[in-house]
Ligand binder design. Structure first.
Ligand code: 5GP
Ligand code: ZN
Length: 115
């Protein structure tokens, strides 16, 4: 846990969130500022600042985050229609919270490339 990390505080339960899923390795909760009818953040319990800070030691964990997002999309019933998973990295990537997270967005059509 990183002392002043917002998402570490959510993992610890010190800051409330609308929990969607939790397991040994990750937690998923609704984004506070949804950009789609469904907008969920899937985050590792372990504090990793960004993709830029990840390593081969995190291979299984990174796979688990994506597979968890896919399962949530199926469970919530929008997988077949489709969805968007996004990982913003560092300043140019638009990252604002420096605890690695996968955005899972669904319930509308997305354009590509994103802005
Ligand atoms: P980033 O911009 O780093 O890719 O994504 C950070 C996301 O965290 C944003 O979509 C933002 O709305 C969300 N967020 C920021 N603060 C909170 C919070 O306190 N609670 C929740 N649930 N989401 C948050
Ligand atoms: Zn953290």
């Amino acid at each position: 846990m990183s002392q002043d990390c917002l998402f570490c505080k959510i993992v610890a339960g010190d800051i409330p969130s609308e929990l969607i899923h939790e397991d040994e390795h990750c937690v998923a909760f609704n984004d506070i500022s949804p950009q789609a009818p469904t907008h969920i953040l899937v985050i590792p319990r372990k504090h990793i600042e960004s993709m830029d800070d990840s390593s081969t030691n995190d291979s299984e964990l990174l796979g688990h985050l994506l597979l968890t997002a896919a399962k949530i999309a199926r469970d919530k019933g929008f997988a077949e229609n489709g969805y968007r998973t996004v990982i913003n990295t560092n300043e140019d990537g638009g990252q604002t919270v420096f605890h690695l997270h996968v955005h899972l967005l669904g319930g509308r059509k997305f354009i590509f490339p994103p802005g």
